[in-house]
Design a protein around this ligand. Sequence first.
Ligand SMILES: *Cc1c(COP(=O)(O)O)cnc(C)c1O
Length: 436
Amino acid sequence: MPMTEEALTKMYAQMGIGKEVYTYGEKILAKLEPRFREIDDIAEYNQLKVINAMQESQVSEACLLGTTGYGYNDLGRDRLEEVYARVFRTEDALVRPQITCGTHALALALMSNLRPGDELLSPVGKPYDTLEEVIGIRPSRGSLAEYGITYSQVALLPDGSFDYEGIRRALNSRTRLVTIQRSKGYQTRPTLSVKRIGELISFIKDIKPDVICMVDNCYGEFVETGEPSEAGADMVVGSLIKNPGGGLAPIGGYIAGTRECVENAAFRLTSPGLGKEVGASLGVLKDFYQGLFLAPAVTASALKGAVFAANLYEPLGFAVVPDSRESRHDIIQAVTFGNPEGVIAFCQGIQAAAPVDSHVTPQPWDMPGYDSRVIMAAGAFVSGSSIELSADGPIKPPYAVYFQGGLTWQHAKFGILKSLQSLVNKRLVEKRQLGL
Ligand SMILES: *Cc1c(COP(=O)(O)O)cnc(C)c1O
């Protein structure tokens, strides 16, 4: 046994990973080399893309300092928005700490680009839970519905493909904006590749060229070499406490897109007439820049974790989405345990691997807005950050956990091994299943 491997086994033992789990993990890992190489190649490409954007925009030391008050002439803020526009290959971008989260960024993009009498269309089925109240699918104060903006939805076909005929029928003279969610979120449909999003947008624009196509890009950034904005999307929207913040951004959201779409959003975020001119960046710019710089590598770490988990759990008889071989278009991995105990043990294992709050034991609780108890594991430096290793599971059939993130591959690996160890300790997985 090479010295480092011996030292590693010892270290893992000290961290609560038994020899059986460690050896099983190594056996799985040995087969993943080609997948990991592919992920590294994408990260390499995206790393260069980000550096190139920063160089072309001449990011300088002064850009890392912030402003206060109105934030007029905030060089670093304006330059960062230029960098985002280059990375996403769009005309403009709005990247602000005043955008509080992903839902806020999406609501802002929608509310600023739709007017009373317009219709919003989702051609990919039900949108992310929190958007239901934004749109007014579930009645809410200030929803689009309250402003006389109607909504229509076309579900994906049972095989996951687009219902082109249904979409053609749904497009009408009032359809102003089409919203396309890239990631499956917490559903079981497949995540959309940039290529498929491009095909969908071409189809829609052939029928109605002036419709605005917006992509909810959450969890998808830097997973592929191109972004949906290079495949025809007029706007891509996301959260900085997911992929593009690289784990360092402490808050924030972005909208990158056409000059007009971004200006509409800026006028809504601040005020008509003020737009992008105001909005002090306070002290966050250095983390926004550095986080974006790290984002391709961090996203790659999270992706490796997701692929590792799929390959670790699938042979043990648990259904995994995506499966062990599928190509990846977001960083979310679902594992189905079929019973509450499995969900709880998994989440407790992830928590026990955290750098922060590893000593607390998560339990299922009645979370506002959910129709069942939910257990969540997160020991994050940035509260709620889901680019950091995190997991959550609703305590209801099919008893699946959704997990994502990992700022480093090494931490993702440790967390996943820890989750398996937790299942083994509770006899939810038998040692002999690990093939020893
Ligand atoms: C996370 C997410 C959102 C909402 O973002 P929050 O920051 O949680 O408000 C919207 N859509 C998708 C697909 C997401 O993954």
